[in-house]
Design a protein around this ligand. Structure first.
Ligand SMILES: NC(=O)c1ccc[n+]([C@@H]2O[C@H](COP(=O)([O-])OP(=O)(O)OC[C@H]3O[C@@H](n4cnc5c(N)ncnc54)[C@H](O)[C@@H]3O)[C@@H](O)[C@H]2O)c1
Ligand SMILES: O=P(O)(O)OC[C@@H](O)[C@@H](O)[C@H](O)[C@H](O)CO
Length: 395
């Protein structure tokens, strides 16, 4: 079986490629990064190093790569021949791959060739979003063909995947932990889908929310509070017990949302949260706060990892003072090397904190005002974010 995967980046190589290979797929990556494309094609595969004490290496074999920008025709041919199509290019890039994907899917539909498309990105219902982008590029007639032959399957993916350079090679480096949850409720029988080392579920919503509102929420919180206080990596930030306590207070409140919304067991959720914090602390990992905090406008959207759980706990009348402070720290993320951070700070300079918070996170005027006041305080004196008496009192 053949899989075509958009995005030979950290998670594409370090996770999706590995699992697809373990499920018997030969993989063709579509990417624009020449160095990675050449490296994969030279070796007909690539190595993954585990970030554990043994630092063992795993080779993914039978892999090729195409520069989809330079060679759209070959990319199209690969997509047409594929048994499965997957992505991990970053949410903001899904609309960029949509025109090529649409062309391939329409061609396939005309030949009555069904396929599952799995967008593996940190977003609630990323595949549904990709479908919207693809349909926007299609005529009404094409859309009706796509409806019959292209199934966009939502997923949740979890593995901390980085990479490093060694002897001119870019090596994918991953923690041993992984989870790939796939919504199998809408897939067509007989159309290939990975079955091994994945979790097939009928309702993806609690899984993707748990991924974003516990795993990514804690990660982003560590990144933004860490950056504000001058830490370079997630692991360094976690060594500060007050940061750890602030993040714990946010996550502890978020767990209540899962108890009330999905009737999940609190002890099991607490165990999951503790395991997540332990993963974040993995001494083999050196994860820059600038990677984890990248693209703050995306991360401050109303359904994303920070504002999403904050709004949901508010709706349940659960005070979330930790969440409020952490959102404020994200609005203070002033990293000149991150285009979204630069844009965010420009908005703040032009229209102030409150209007920016209302625009970006779509929060009410009252909630945005409260967070804006915190932004002003922490801008003056970042250490005040660690005044945990306030967090405890508000609770
Ligand atoms: N790295 C992780 O730990 C991790 C874990 C879970 C989920 N994710 C999610 O996976 C996605 C990818 O993350 P990543 O860390 O692998 O990022 P990355 O930057 O390492 O990889 C993205 C890859 O996509 C390629 N790309 C971008 N635009 C493209 C286009 N138009 N056409 C073809 N290729 C294109 C890039 O060249 C790059 O190689 C994101 O949505 C991220 O949130 C990442
Ligand atoms: O990829 P992002 O930018 O959405 O988020 C950054 C990290 O939190 C993320 O990549 C985690 O490492 C990953 O989601 C763990 O599964």
């Amino acid at each position: 079986m053949k899989a075509v995967h958009f995005g030979a980046g950290n998670i594409g190589r370090g996770f999706i490629g590995q699992i697809l290979s373990q499920n018997g797929f030969d993989i063709t990556f579509l990417d624009n990064n020449r160095a990675i494309i050449d490296q994969i094609n030279t070796n007909n595969g690539y190595p993954i190093q585990y970030l554990d004490r043994q630092k063992s290496t795993f080779w993914v074999k039978n892999v090729s790569a195409i520069d989809s920008g330079q060679y759209p025709r070959s990319s199209l041919e690969a997509l047409v021949a594929a048994d499965l199509i997957t992505t991990s290019v970053g949410v903001n890039n899904l609309k960029k791959i949509a025109p090529l994907l649409k062309e391939a899917l329409v061609y396939r539909a005309q030949k009555q060739k069904s396929v599952n498309i799995l967008a593996n990105e940190n977003m609630i219902n990323a595949s549904t979003y990709l479908k919207k982008c693809v349909y926007q590029a299609a005529s009404l007639e094409e859309q009706s063909l796509l409806r019959q032959y292209a199934t966009f399957v939502n997923t949740a993916i979890d593995r901390q995947a980085l990479s490093f350079h060694h002897n001119d090679q870019i090596i994918a480096a991953v923690e041993p932990y992984y989870e790939w949850v796939i919504d199998s409720s809408i897939v067509q029988p007989g159309v290939p889908l990975p079955q091994n080392n994945v979790v097939l579920v009928d309702n993806i919503q609690p899984y993707i929310e748990r991924k974003l509102y516990i795993v990514n929420a804690s990660h982003a919180a560590l990144a933004y509070v860490g950056y504000l206080l001058g830490y370079s990596t997630i692991q360094q930030a976690m060594h500060n017990p007050q940061i750890d306590q602030l993040v714990q207070s946010f996550i502890t409140t978020n767990l209540q949302y899962f108890v009330q919304q999905y009737q999940q067991s609190l002890p099991q959720l607490q165990q999951f949260a503790a395991q997540t914090m332990q993963r974040n602390q993995n001494p083999q990992l050196t994860d820059p706060v600038t990677r984890v905090g990248r693209a703050p406008i995306r991360k401050l959207q109303k359904n994303d990892r920070l504002v999403g759980p904050f709004l949901r706990t508010q709706q349940l009348q659960l005070p979330n003072p930790g969440g409020q402070r952490i959102i404020a720290s994200a609005y203070l993320y002033n990293n000149p090397d991150d285009p979204e951070a630069v844009l965010l700070q420009k908005k703040i300079v032009a229209q102030g904190y409150q209007a920016t918070i209302q625009e970006v996170s779509q929060l009410s005027a009252t909630a945005a005002h409260q967070i804006a006041l915190l932004c002003q305080r922490y801008y003056q004196d970042p250490q005040q974010i660690l005044d945990l008496r306030e967090v405890n009192n508000d609770c």
